[in-house]
Write a protein that binds this ligand. Structure first.
Ligand code: PLP
Length: 416
């Protein structure tokens, strides 16, 4: 049989999708699974979005669309950028894609040759690593431990950029940690970025409308407008507007980069579908009360989830100030055993949780796990707590051969 391309040796399925699919499979098999794996909002877009989609169907042209994106979407996105205080962008600075993941993939293709330096902070959203590996980048991880609130310091960034990576990818608010950089922190990092002209900066800021506690959303460009020559802002409708399945991602940056993404689009997706574009334009330009309301709800859920996690002896969960993830340190469970298996790391813990208790979370090495809290409800909180108390009534499809091990070795994670 002929062989696959070498790059496929470096390509892995997205870890988060793997957990989500396992959770779905178990559900289909009749298990009572609580999935905190994939980061999906628990709401649908406003009625005006559906109305726009219906109208678009009624006048469907049936044609291919623009490789860059429909003008209505680009204009609505420019309006959204303006609301974020990011002014001065034109259609030529923007491009669309099939989700932010596709935009990020396109950017990696457009900006990185094999072996080029690609720097980003860890903990990171798992797809950064997967994409970097597929394009063969030289990955330069910048460790951001809990002692520095999972955030990059200016000194650290300065040292990293001194090595002249081709691309520095910055994510704020962060998936998986939920940390949000303050205005002063962004200003200080922007000064560092400005001193290193050889590096493209991607700011993956798709959670820009999900910021809590009045911290506010800030971008390097707010403090250093000249950085617009090198900063590529990435956005998505998935989380903000409750539209993950519509698959709309966006970017705004230098014209040359937007053009490169458009060229790549022309060679694989051609365009977003007409009906999707109509819905996207309506979401971005219509009433913004849905995202605002949801942000308030997520903040309340964040409070409940974090309080419940921190109530578990040995588990430490910092307070996320954005997005909808909780990122507890669950290393207290390591070395303990469950069902006869020693829990050596986050992956073992997540596997044990899913198999034994039907609770799906995402491992995030080395010592933390991520739980998406968008779907947290009182009922789910109760059921998860019951799971972690080591209920004696084992799940029928996964009987626990060592029920006595639950209590003394209580492996704990994130009840919601
Ligand atoms: N960037 C970050 C930080 C994310 O968390 C996600 C999705 O979870 C994406 C990008 C991809 O979003 P999309 O659904 O638009 O592909």
């Amino acid at each position: 049989m002929p062989q696959l391309a070498q790059r496929m040796g470096r390509a892995k399925p997205s870890a988060i999708m793997v957990v989500a699919e396992t959770a779905q499979r178990l559900k289909a098999e009749g298990r009572d699974v609580i999935s905190f794996s994939i980061g999906v909002p628990n709401f649908l877009p406003g009625e005006h979005v559906y109305e726009a989609a219906r109208r678009s169907l009624e006048s469907d042209s049936g044609q291919y669309g623009s490789n860059r994106g429909a003008n209505a979407v680009l204009d609505a996105f420019i309006g959204h950028l303006g609301r974020l205080g990011l002014d001065g962008y034109t259609r030529n600075n923007c491009a669309t894609g099939v989700g932010a993941k596709h935009i990020l993939y396109n950017l990696a293709e457009a900006l990185l040759d094999e072996g080029d330096g690609f720097a980003f902070a860890t903990p990171y959203w798992t797809s950064y690593m997967d994409i970097a590996e597929i394009v063969g980048a030289d990955i330069q991880l910048l460790p951001c431990p809990p002692e520095q609130d999972y955030k990059l310091t200016p000194e650290q960034l300065d040292a990293a950029l001194a090595k002249k990576p081709r691309v520095f990818l910055f994510n704020n608010p962060s998936n998986p940690t939920g940390m949000v950089y303050t205005k002063d922190e962004i200003a200080a990092l922007a000064d560092v970025v400005a001193r290193h002209p050889d590096t493209w900066i991607i700011t993956d800021d798709i959670y820009n409308m999900m910021v809590f506690d009045g911290v506010g959303y800030h971008n390097f460009v707010h403090f250093r407008p000249e950085l617009r020559e090198r900063v590529i802002f990435v956005d998505s409708l998935s989380k903000t507007y409750g539209m993950p399945g519509w698959r709309v991602g966006l970017m705004a940056g230098p014209e040359v980069v937007a053009k490169a993404v458009t060229t790549l689009n022309s060679n694989h997706i051609t365009s977003l579908p007409e009906v999707v574009s109509a819905a996207a334009a309506a979401a971005l330009s219509g009433p913004q009360d849905v995202p605002a309301q949801r942000c308030a709800e997520f903040q309340a859920k964040r409070d409940q989830v974090v309080a419940a996690l921190n109530a578990i002896p040995g588990v430490v969960c910092p307070v996320p100030q954005g997005a909808f993830y909780a990122f507890p340190d669950v290393s207290v469970a390591f070395g303990k055993s469950h069902g006869g298996k020693v829990i050596g790391n986050d992956v073992d813990l997540c596997n044990a949780l899913l198999e034994a208790k039907g609770v799906a979370c995402v491992p995030a090495r080395p010592s933390a796990s991520r739980a998406a809290c968008a779907s947290a409800t009182p009922a789910r909180r109760r059921s998860w707590r019951r799971a972690w108390r080591g209920s004696r009534s084992s799940s029928p499809s996964c009987p626990d051969p060592h029920p006595h091990e639950h209590e003394p070795h209580a492996v704990r994670s994130h009840p919601t």
